[in-house]
Design a protein around this ligand. Structure first.
Ligand SMILES: NC(=O)c1ccc[n+]([C@@H]2O[C@H](COP(=O)([O-])OP(=O)(O)OC[C@H]3O[C@@H](n4cnc5c(N)ncnc54)[C@H](O)[C@@H]3O)[C@@H](O)[C@H]2O)c1
Length: 276
């Protein structure tokens, strides 16, 4: 798909991978609607990107907010050619995570992607053009300790994206779908609790060791601009898998396959998932 002159909706567009992608797509001549719940960061992003960007505050976990964001972007920009369902939050370990912690992570990381898909796909299918990118993670390709609800949410996104790809092919549709599976990237993801209200923060225990390991790995991660280039390239070429840490993604998958065949359970080194 050509990028110049086209329109995109990016959720989580005020920070990290979403913001870097907005910069990359605007550079390529696109106009971008950024949806994010962090209104201050959103205002700063739009001030930086100028007339090519539109700020839409909202919560991706809310179907009504996402539908309203699509309606607003459609009204202000015209038809949307690219939707990047990217907003997401991190989590602590699976063991002892209370149900509210699971609900919060799954409602954003999975529910948010489903809401974007349901908002944008009917018109894309009708026009028989457009591209949907869903953000998963390397954590959607193999289990890791210290972030169980997050891992479960990212496996769900990989499964969803693969299923949508099969369904689009079965319909003979020209609408494209991609799944983004980066290892660690230098963003604010390890500070995801900034988006929790006080009641939720009080109810969700913090595992300091897991948080410290995640922070160190994120700090050692790649620049979000590298991920943004990989996303733009996948949209232009129609590639399904977006693997900015390709070597680690393939090794993770090969080790799981060996495990399925009766081999040893893979050892996990989070620092490895930060390096390309
Ligand atoms: N940083 C990494 O190492 C890494 C690795 C793999 C995948 N990812 C994924 O990349 C995506 C983007 O994260 P990031 O690393 O750029 O982190 P980030 O925290 O820098 O950016 C995430 C953005 O999403 C927004 N957001 C969070 N919850 C929201 C909600 N309910 N509604 C609307 N906006 C919401 C935040 O306000 C923030 O602006 C996430 O899905 C994340 O899981 C990140």
């Amino acid at each position: 798909m050509e990028l110049a002159g086209r329109n995109a909706l990016i959720t989580g567009g005020a920070s990290g991978i979403g913001l870097a992608s907005a910069r990359r797509l605007v550079e390529a001549g696109m106009r971008v609607a950024l949806m994010d719940r962090d209104e201050a960061a959103l205002a700063a992003a739009v001030a930086e990107l100028g007339d090519s960007a539109l700020a839409i505050p909202g919560d991706v976990a809310s179907e009504a907010d996402v539908t309203a964001a699509w309606t607003r972007a459609r009204a202000d920009l015209g038809p949307l050619h690219l939707a990047f369902a990217n907003a997401g939050v991190g989590s602590g370990p699976a063991l002892f995570a209370p149900r509210v912690a699971w609900d919060w992570v799954l409602s954003i990381n999975v529910g948010g992607v489903v809401n974007v898909m349901n908002a944008v796909l009917p018109e894309m299918l009708e026009r028989d053009e457009g591209h949907l990118v869903m953000t998963a993670s390397l954590a959607g390709l193999g289990g890791v300790p210290g972030m169980g609800p997050y891992v479960a949410s990212k496996f769900a996104v990989v499964g969803l994206a693969e299923s949508v790809a099969h369904e689009l092919v079965a319909r003979g549709s020209r609408v494209g779908v991609s799944v983004l599976c980066p290892g660690f990237v230098r963003t604010q993801i390890a500070e995801s609790d900034r988006a929790m209200g006080p009641a939720l923060r009080a109810a969700v225990p913090v595992d300091e060791a897991s948080l410290a390991a995640a922070r160190a790995a994120v700090a050692a991660g790649i620049d979000p601009a590298e991920v943004a280039s990989a996303v733009a390239d996948a949209v232009v070429t129609g590639r399904f898998w977006i693997l900015p840490h390709e070597r680690v993604a393939l090794r993770t998958t090969e080790q799981r396959l060996a495990w399925m065949r009766g081999g040893p359970m893979p050892g996990i080194d989070l620092a490895r998932a930060a390096r390309r």
